[in-house]
Design a protein around this ligand. Structure first.
Ligand SMILES: Nc1ncnc2c1ncn2[C@@H]1O[C@H](COP(=O)(O)OP(=O)(O)OP(=O)(O)O)[C@@H](O)[C@H]1O
Ligand SMILES: [Mg+2]
Length: 677
């Protein structure tokens, strides 16, 4: 039954020679495309192949071609800006851009996938970019980098991704001799990409005139490629460990017959090979400067092109050390010392030194992997295989750590080669999986079913700041869930829906994704209105929330973020000496009484001016308002958790509050009636 959800009939008709369907891995460091050759469309293997000419380093550089004057700089229209840049500048993509990196780093952009879809330049992820690019501006929910320092031309990560995709598209069409064909594609993203990042990726495809059939999670794509390409599928639970240039992803999948079910997924968007490159660069530089104390450290650090070159050499050395035990970084005439003499940078580095530098990064991945297994309720012994994906998994140290933590257990009987699967080139597997997904959508592949999951619980806030889960973590997508809610007080006309993501019972410890207000609810006694809230998560991982009052059919909806940026960011510690149940009781009840008070206060304000209320009533409203505001501030501050539990739960504060509000309600109503008579 579920199969129908995944095979989109709209695309059946698109199987013709004017159309090329690609699987694209848009990577932080490298991007590439694959396709299913037409001759194999009806064959049993459905084996996609990599289009080798499309392998492109994810770097884009710009140089002036003509006078820049007269070029439109309208940032509100990305497509127009993209075309303006394409027509009026020399745009270098991939290897060519890599070559211009040393000469012109300010106008050459790499690792942009790390910031695609982020709109705040104060985000810590921008630190390294701030040093390199000048005059960054946040505009239209995106950060733009200024080209050529003084010009008005700007680019953002989406535009850069657009250029990479257009290059891949052009190379693929050329390789297959289909120059005039239209291109459809399945594009991969890290499982933890949020809605903005997914949308930015869709937008980049649009800039490149690629019709994106589906956004699919990278580890899921990798698993598809391992499973489908294997000669003999073996049922069981698999883990996909994907450590690329910029991101880490882990997924647990179950293969049952031809059905792939994702049991769990997790990751870190700021953890990848590039981080190790920076660590290596800083380490060798530090060592070099210690040995050469006549060199001014700041001069070296401010020499951007040397620093970039050293970074490139650090990466090369890391790669070399995956099959050698020592390597050397050698940059002749690297920079001048204070006497104006040229200095050669030469330094030997051992594999053990790199391993030490990699240790904290790898430990982080192991921790996330363990938690993912726990969340999916799988123990490591039941893993059929761990599939290795991403260039970094070529590092012997990483393989050893995975074996040590998830496979070995001192069991000499274990066939390591069989447990750790790196049979498919770690650079290609995600891309091949994207083509398999494309084959599923177009109908070229019919005997595999993919069930993907929602990575974190999505819910809404109910009274007292409690999280009411709507879509559980690891539920299969696409999915829609509806639940009916009602009002908490008489004549309530407004309901605010706060949407959260995360695993805590308390909303304040989760990530707030958005909010909207449903107003105009008919005035009825509490509990009578029927408000149906629906959470719909589509196959691209994009969430749409709607709320409808069923008596009037009044509707609101909001489309928003589905996935949390990183695990560490969304957990706020609850004060350790406080019982979380006590605290949630306090928040729940406080929220309830606050809502009652707010409604009462609203009515009070409505009638003030036309009805005369006594001084007592007015001062009680003001006093309670000030108190709720103070409690609101205390709720945000976890160092006050203890005080709140003491006051409200242990010293009867909640009962006193309840009594005050009840009394206020009675007094208010009687004064209102008295005045009206
Ligand atoms: N032999 C090797 N040893 C160690 N690291 C390697 C090796 N080969 C490639 N890498 C590293 O792998 C990373 C690139 O991997 P990959 O191409 O899978 O990343 P990506 O797909 O571009 O990034 P992401 O998946 O994070 O978006 C780079 O950091 C590169 O230095
Ligand atoms: Mg990758």
């Amino acid at each position: 039954m579920l199969l129908n959800k995944f095979i989109n009939k709209r695309y059946y008709s698109s199987l013709n020679s004017d159309k090329l369907v690609l699987g694209i891995d848009l990577g932080t460091t490298n991007s590439l495309a694959s396709h299913i050759p037409k001759s194999l469309a009806n064959a049993k293997t459905h084996a996609p192949t990599i289009l080798t000419t499309t392998k492109t380093p994810s770097i884009v550089g710009f140089a002036k071609k003509n006078n820049l004057e007269g070029i439109s700089t309208d940032l509100t229209n990305d497509k127009h800006l993209f075309n303006q840049l394409k027509e009026n500048l020399s745009v270098f993509i991939g290897d060519q851009a890599q070559n211009q990196y040393r000469l012109n780093p300010e106008n050459t952009f790499k690792a942009m996938k790390r910031i695609i879809g982020t709109f705040n330049e104060n985000d810590e992820i921008f630190e390294s970019y701030k040093n390199q690019y000048s005059n960054n501006v946040s505009l239209n929910n995106s950060v733009y980098f200024t080209l050529f320092k003084d010009s008005k031309l700007k680019v953002n990560a989406e535009i850069i991704a657009g250029f990479i995709l257009s290059e891949i598209k052009a190379k693929a069409l050329q390789e297959l001799n289909m120059e005039n064909a239209k291109v459809d594609a399945v594009i991969t993203v890290p499982a933890y990409f949020n809605n903005l990042q997914r949308k930015a990726t869709l937008n980049a495809a649009d800039l490149a005139d690629i019709n994106c059939l589906r956004i699919i999670n990278e580890p899921t794509a990798a698993a598809l490629s391992f499973g489908v390409l294997k000669e003999q599928n073996k049922d069981g639970v698999y883990a996909v460990y994907d450590l690329g240039g910029g991101t880490f992803d882990i997924s647990i999948l179950e293969l049952d017959g031809a059905v792939f079910e994702v049991r769990g997924t997790s990751g870190d968007l700021k953890l990848g090979g590039e981080d190790l490159d920076y660590l290596i660069r800083d380490y060798v530089l530090d060592k070099f400067l210690k040995l050469n104390d006549n060199i001014n450290k700041n001069d070296v650090l401010n020499n951007m092109s040397f620093m970039n070159e050293l970074l490139n050499h650090s990466e090369k050395c890391k790669i070399e050390l995956s099959h050698k035990t020592t390597s050397e970084i050698n940059i002749p005439f690297a920079f001048k010392n204070s006497h104006g003499d040229y200095i050669h940078f030469k330094m030997e580095i051992k594999e053990s030194e790199i391993d030490k530098l990699a240790e904290p990064l790898v430990k982080k991945t192991i921790k996330i992997f363990k938690k993912c297994l726990k969340d999916a309720k799988i123990d490591k012994q039941s893993l059929q295989q761990i599939l290795l994906v991403g260039g970094m998994t070529r590092m012997p140290y990483i393989r050893k750590q995975i074996i040590k933590n998830f496979i070995s257990d001192n069991n000499s009987e274990i066939d390591f080669d069989n447990k750790l699967n790196y049979k498919i080139n770690p650079d290609d597997s995600v891309c091949l999986g994207a083509s398999i997904q494309a084959g599923l959508l177009t109908g070229e592949i019919k005997d595999v079913l993919l069930l993907d999951v929602n990575p974190l619980t999505l819910g809404m806030e109910t009274y007292g700041g409690l999280m009411s889960p709507m879509l559980q973590k690891n539920c299969n997508v696409p999915i829609e869930y509806k639940e009916q809610f009602t009002t908490g007080i008489d004549n309530q006309q407004i309901v605010k829906i706060n949407i959260y993501q995360g695993e805590s019972k308390l909303c304040r410890d989760n990530v707030k994704l958005g909010e909207f207000v449903l107003s105009g609810i008919p005035q009825l006694p509490k509990g009578v209105p029927k408000i149906e809230v629906s959470y719909k998560l589509d196959s691209n991982g994009i969430l749409n929330v709607t709320a409808r009052e069923l008596l009037t059919n009044l509707e609101c909806n909001l489309e928003l973020i589905t996935t949390a940026p990183i695990e560490n960011n969304y957990k706020k510690q609850v004060n350790s000496d406080v019982d979380v149940n006590d605290l949630s009781w306090v928040f729940e009840n406080l929220g309830l009484w606050q809502l009652s008070f707010k409604e009462l206060d609203l009515q009070f304000r409505q009638y003030t001016g036309t009805v005369h209320f006594s001084e007592n009533i007015a001062s009680e409203f003001n006093d309670l308002k000030a108190k709720f505001a103070a409690w609101e501030t205390m709720k945000e501050d976890s160092s006050k958790d203890h005080e709140m539990v003491e006051f409200f739960a242990k010293k009867g504060g909640m009962n006193r509050l309840k009594a005050r509000i009840n009394k206020l309600q009675t007094d208010f109503m009687s004064e209102l009636k008295g005045n009206k008579v």
